[in-house]
Every structure is written in C-alpha cells, then in structure tokens.
Design a protein. Sequence first.
Lengths: 180, 180
Amino acid sequence: MSKLEEIIETAESMIRERGYNGFSFREIADAVGVKSASVHYHFPTKGDLGAVVARAYTEKFLLALGAPEAAAITPKKQIERYIEACRYAVVKQRKMCLCGMLGAEVAALPDEVARETKIFFEKNIEWLTKVYARMANVGAAGALGRAHGAVATVEGAMILARTLKDVDAFEKAVKQIATS
Amino acid sequence: MSKLEEIIETAESMIRERGYNGFSFREIADAVGVKSASVHYHFPTKGDLGAVVARAYTEKFLLALGAPEAAAITPKKQIERYIEACRYAVVKQRKMCLCGMLGAEVAALPDEVARETKIFFEKNIEWLTKVYARMANVGAAGALGRAHGAVATVEGAMILARTLKDVDAFEKAVKQIATS
DNA sequence: ATGACACTACCTATCAATAGGTAGATAAAC
DNA sequence: GTTTATCTACCTATTGATAGGTAGTGTCAT
C-alpha cells in the first residue's frame, strides 16, 4: 500500500475513533511512518484530507451495499445487509461510522468536509428509500420515512453501543428496523 | 446569573455545537467575559468542566421528562414528550443533544466525562423502558428493545437534521417511534 | 547513450497561533 | 483575616501550515 493510501486509511480510522478535532497531521504521520510535512504534501489542508477521506468512505460503503434495485435479493435481506455493514463497523472494528461522527461535529467542520458528509447521508437515504419502496406494503412517503428512520437508528445505535461499552445495545436498538 | 453558571451554560452550548474537542477555556472565558484562569479556578481541568456540564444536562433533561410512571398521562403522550424535548434541542436551539455529541466522541473523552455520558443514556433507557412497559401490548423485553431503539433513533435523527440542514429530516426519522 | 531538466515524494527546520494549565497578586465579602 | 473570585503573566506542548532542500525516477532532445 502506498503512503498516500496509508494516510487516508489512518485518517479514517482516527476520525472514526476520536472525531475530526481528535487527530492531528503529526499523529497520522507518526502512524504511517513519515513526517507531517509529507502529509501536507498530499493534503495541503486538514479540510482537503477530511473531504477525501469522507468521499472514499462513502464510495466504499455504497459499494458494499450493492444496487438497491437488485431483483435477486429481497428488500428485507437488503435492509439486513445495511445493518450488517454498520454492525461490522461497531462490533468488529469498534469504531463509529465515519459520517456519523462527522455528522455530529458538522458545525465544526470545514465546508468541504461538511459537504461530503451530507452527500453520504443523502446517498444512504436514497438507497434505503429505493429498497423500502420495493416492499409490498410500503408507499413512496412511507419508504422515505422508513429510510430516514433506519439511518438515524443505526447511527444512534453505534453511539449507544460505544458509550455503554455494550455491543448488544446496538442489536437491541436496530431490532425494530430489522423486523418492521 | 453567576459567572459559574454562565460558564457551565456556555460550555454546554459550545460542546453541543462543536463537540468536546471543539472548544477551549479561552473561548468560554471570552464569551462569559472573564479570563481563562478564572475558568480554571472553577474547573481545574477540562475533564472537570465536561463532567459537571454533562451531569447538569442529564439532571435537567430528566426533570423535563417527569416521572415515567405518571398515571395521569398516557405512555404514548410520554413518548411524544420525550421526542418533543429533542425536537426543541435540534429545531429551536439548532444544536445536538449534549450527550449525543459526547457519545460520538466517547473514545476521546476523559474518563469522568465518558462516565457521565454513559449515565445519561442509562437513565434515558431506564425512563423509556418504564414508559413502554406501561403500554398494553408490550412485554418487558419488548420495552427494553423499544427504549434502545427510541434513544438511538432520536440521537441519529438530530445528526441527520443538522448534517442535511433540514429539520424535517428529524421529523421523518422519529415518526416511526411516535406511531408504533 | 547521455546529459539536462522536471517531477514526485519525501525530508529538515521553522513559524505563529492556540491549547490546557499554573503561580502569585489583588480586591472585595464575610 | 480568611475565603472567594477574579486578575496578570507566564509556561510548555501541540496545532495546522510553510519554505526550501534532496534523492530517486522518468522524459526527451541531442
């Protein structure tokens, strides 16, 4: 892996653990094994780095979800897949969702980072809305509402699990979306 | 209002806007009209301040909710009151829930602040579980699950509304808890 | 094939600003 | 005359960021 990729990966990990204001160029440089000036070479400002990390995360996340209109898989299974992606983040990686973290801190972010964070949620809602719309008993407005509810619940469930130091809190919280 | 009270109030406001790592003693001092050394007089360390702010917030929040076993009010109305408290925070005050913010950043917090944040969620879940348990069609396990789901959804809904700059996203997201 | 040049990705060294925190003086209140 | 709440002044560490140097790689006209 190139130093550039290592920087992005390390930054993602640090933001997901301690937030945007919880890491520094020097910490990333130390973790990667370069000097902080080299991080600035790739990303002139902290906002540049944050925006690239957020965009890469969004892309990776959506790729893992697959196409929302995939006929080979039931919508219910797709919702379970969505939850599974977040479960992996909080249970296995023991970290927040990157954009859940950035979303909480949104008022403290440079514009370009806030913009990418917003896009993450817009695309999540778009994906979930399409999936819910495929369900038999759900109308257009209902799908949109359920999509908002699902994103919110999953993000909140991650906060809950980490704060309570109890991964089962995540399971309890998301059970509603999975079974509805 | 005493300077001490002003410091606590200002700290709460700043944490809810930009997070624990998003404010400094000097900013609080400037906002209150004292010197940063005077803030240190009341709160020797940042952790001391954070812990007091979190504890005060929890107390205030629970007081606004009232007793969970209040027979004069239906459980459904109590859930609506819970949502209303959070709606006020995000729609009127345009800020995160203090402990939603701290919960996201929990890995970056001093122990004493993380502890108070955890207590906030434990008490929220306790309150909601008691309320849900009063509902006719809900068992003990169901009440606990619904309580976790409600806290998570509400916290996530606040993140969503702020990031999307759309207060209606909060309404869409919490609609599920209100009508279930 | 070779020398000149430019580009990439790092480096050293440094900057001004800000961070959390401390020591000790002061002035009013009890 | 002790306590309370503030102040001035300062400390060390860290922050995001910049300037300028360097080693290795590739390109290209001669």
